[in-house]
Design a protein around this ligand. Structure first.
Ligand SMILES: [Fe+2]
Length: 172
């Protein structure tokens, strides 16, 4: 269907992030099974809960606009998820390396979601949809906080991956 108005574009983008959140939810559940670092496990648990809430928030947004919540296949998310899944398979034999790869995948996901929400918020502000703005800002804030947490955790996980590499080459 051709998109002719800003509002139609907004609904399309909303369906896109709605689908992306579902895809990321599933991907996080898989990572949660494979993660070995306690920090990552805890982080994933928190963000899985948040993602479930974000999906509900998006359903509220659709409702506020009088639209049915519908997923629009998000190719960007699909690409990130398939790359992440491949990386997890390839690092499966080295848990420290897998943890590091997982954090990298999470960082990419959060930094994909952030501009998507920022764009939607700008659109909702233009449409003077206060409740929609509030709900979307809630999601954005969680993505930003997660991105910060991921970035802050990276050095520690990298350190572990590096020392596991040293000890495995020493024993080889
Ligand atoms: Fe997220």
């Amino acid at each position: 269907m051709a998109i002719k108005t800003l509002e139609q574009l907004f609904i399309h983008e909303l369906g896109d992030i709605y689908d992306a959140e579902h895809q990321f939810l599933e991907a996080q559940q898989k990572m949660h099974k494979q993660a070995s670092s306690k920090t990552i496990v805890t982080m994933l648990e928190k963000h899985i809960g948040e993602t479930e809430q974000q999906i509900k928030n998006l359903e509220q947004v659709f409702k506020a606009l009088g639209e049915k919540a519908e997923r629009v296949k998000c190719q960007g998310a699909a690409g990130l998820v398939s790359e992440g899944t491949k990386m997890l398979k390839e690092t499966a034999e080295n848990p420290e390396l897998a943890d590091f790869a997982m954090l990298g995948a999470m960082a990419k996901v959060e930094n994909y979601e952030i501009p998507a929400y920022e764009g939607l918020i700008t659109g909702a502000e233009k449409m003077k949809q206060k409740e929609v703005v509030r709900l979307l800002k809630e999601n954005l804030k969680q993505e930003q906080q997660t991105a910060q947490k991921v970035a802050a955790t990276l050095p520690q996980i990298l350190e572990k991956a590096m020392s596991s590499e040293k000890s495995s080459s020493a024993s080889a």
